[in-house]
Ligand binder design. Sequence first.
Ligand SMILES: Nc1nc2c(ncn2[C@@H]2O[C@H](COP(=O)(O)OP(=O)(O)OP(=O)(O)O)[C@@H](O)[C@H]2O)c(=O)[nH]1
Length: 861
Amino acid sequence: MTGVLCASAVGLHSASNHCQITGTQEDVRSTVSWGKVARGMRDRRQRIGLELFNGPFVLPEKRCLRWREIGIDKRSMLGFVRTAFCESESAEGRPHLTGDGDTGLQERLAAVQASIVEEQVHYQQRIFKLEKENQELRRQIVLRQEGHDLKSRKLRRNPIEMFSEILDDLGNLHAEFGTQAMLPQVLVVADPNAGKSSLLEVLLHTRIFPRDGKAQVPVKFTVCDGPYHLAQFNDSDREFDLENPVDLEELRKQFEIRLKTALTDSSVSPLVSLTIWGPGLSNIVLVDVPVAPVIEHEQTTSSSERIREACQSLLQNSQALILCLIDSSRDSEYSKTVELVKDFDPDGRRSIFVLTKTDLVETSLANPDKIRRVTDGSLLPLKAIGYYAALPGRGPRSEPVEDVEKFEENYFRTSKLFSSGALKPEQLSTKNMSRGLAETFWHFVRNSLRYQIDSLKARKAALEKNWKSNFNKDELYETGRMQLLDDAVRLTSVPQSVWENEIEDRLWTAMADYVFDNIYVPAAAGSKDDLKVVGNIRLKDWAGTLLPIKGVEVANQTLYDRFKTLASRNSSAKDKDSIYDNFKQTVVDEAFKLHQWDARAKESLRVMLLSSAEAPYIITPDDWNGAVRFMEQACAERLAAVQKIIGDMLGPSSWEKWMLFRRQTLEHRNRRAVVDKLEKLIMPTEGELTHGTDLSKDEINVVQKTLESQGVKVDPAFIRDTWRYLFLSRFLEQAVSRIGMCGEVSDSEDLNAQPSFKNDYSDVDLFYRIKRMIRISSVALRQQLTAAELGRLEGEVKQILDGLERNPARIKEYFNHPRIGLAEELKKITNVQEKLEDLAKLIEDEGTGSFYGGSRNDDSS
Ligand SMILES: Nc1nc2c(ncn2[C@@H]2O[C@H](COP(=O)(O)OP(=O)(O)OP(=O)(O)O)[C@@H](O)[C@H]2O)c(=O)[nH]1
């Protein structure tokens, strides 16, 4: 071969804005009649690359002539070069177009190819026009069907909206229950500055992204073909009119806020979602997926960790298409995004590559062969299912989308980079890509729907196996509510005697320690006369102060406990269902926070008790017998409690030490020493207790000093404390043995015959009065309870339930039982499955062809 004239150099294709010639000066001079070319050009503009065609003609390996530099249009240059070629064809050693074969044939082939390209472009434009008309007709039909209801200016829900809703439902199912189901969506990924935002904006036909850069957060765009150009965030009802600059500006602001919130606030979804309607938009779900969080995961902070996970889980969806943008002006073989795509889709089964910025390649002639090497899979590490070239921008992003589209259309019509047929005309331009993408997307949808329906059915079957009943939260709430109101009413049918006995028992338990420590022991520890006088005074003081207060507290607590027991009454029943427990117990608790016993109750109880304190003492044999039994039991119980306290003070006995391996502490040993001394010095183990309740200072001193001489160091408070229980124990032992000597009486004679009835047994009398006061309190409190408190409580329960009904989120919280979880999941899966089946049926009936959406076209095209 004597010379090589590259195909692109010859300019046989009109889609070039420069001419490239390769070969040495001699090669080229001997093969082409360059003078002819030069002459033709000079004739036209008098200004031509003379140094190339006539001059010293030092042709380096590669030379380039720009049409614009020469000053003639491409079509003319094409003509000149063609003629020059034809003339030189007969010459010996004529030049070759790149590649082998006969030059003339190749030239003719190239010419035919060029005209085919032109034809295709022409028909493509016709198709656009027809589609636009078709779309306008559809819009009019829809508007007519909707009766010109312009309140909602969107089209009635189209398949892509149905589909997007299903995607959201599946996302929620996954987040709430971990249910796996995947459907297609188009994930758009790119290296920084590759033109992703520009491309998305052309696809959405609006400059939607915030101007000052956008946060690295995934954004889902549900793109719908519709008569009006509108946008709406999925978490809001507001529609933005994209034709209105004020609305558009506001939308950008809102968008920016949402992106920032998604990045920083872990309580909101990391995926920002919005729907865009517009005439001629393709029906498709696009997700802008930032790759930086996935690639640079070592540097992620905890807040961006969520974003990384979200992006990763989007990419892991084996049904999703990955639209990977490749900046052709850079060395794409080193692209980190391409590496990432390879990780998630090693076989290139769901990846599509889009070459952007090819205009820059063309002007710089950096690597003209690049397109072919990308599309034949030799440049990138994986072969994709589709390739497109798009020119979504060329300068500031403020340029109207229409202008970008026009520029793009013009560029592809004339670009020599694509003249070799590496990409077909329908693979060139954003518009064509959008259409092709919609086609592939719906193809993926159709193929995956059946599989997803089946996988949801399988999950449902597994859930149904675990689930017998068919509750939902609203039904559960209604049942729980009815049961609670029923329980509140059932409180009124509790017998009076049950209330009274329960309050009486509880009140005595609550007051027993006080009665011993502050009434009986101080009164009985003195002389027999003191017992009556002191006992009387202390009893009245108790009746006038503490008893009414404690009485109301105890009655309220009794009411609460009984209501709680009733509310969980099913616990032991056969149909017990713990599902209601949480809800009912919480409502009961809240009702009792509201419930205040009538404030007048204490005062009326106090008056009643004080007057009973004046009432006559034991009169009848029953009074006596009851009082004796009560005193005996009370003293025995108190004695047992005191002995237990003393036992704890002294620590383990020798037996326990050896057999149970328990150890005595220093405090235990000191207590034992103090008890020994007190028993020896002050309180004889045998015989009547003659000492008063308190130790004198001298007695304490003696005990302390004696112990000190034995090496035991204790302070006076320690001695006094030990004495208190020691005394009480001895005192109660004597009381129990004394009361044991009292027999039962059957009549008044018997009663009067009791030894020293009036004098020696004043303490029986005291216990009789104590018991009578407790009884009077319980009867009075029961009366207040049944007459007023039950009614008020029922009202309060209703009040709380009404409040709950206004706050469904709280109701949801109460019913969080695993079985409810199953039922909820089951319900949601059924719902999604039904929607999927509707969509599958629609696809079956209409075919996906009608779902792709429109193709926008300019009137000019
Ligand atoms: N010449 C030319 N410039 C383009 C092309 N596509 C985009 N640009 C320009 O490239 C610059 C970057 O484009 P963007 O759309 O912001 O790129 P991006 O991928 O979103 O960038 P990041 O925000 O870093 O992700 C802008 O100035 C665009 O106008 C193209 O095909 N040709």
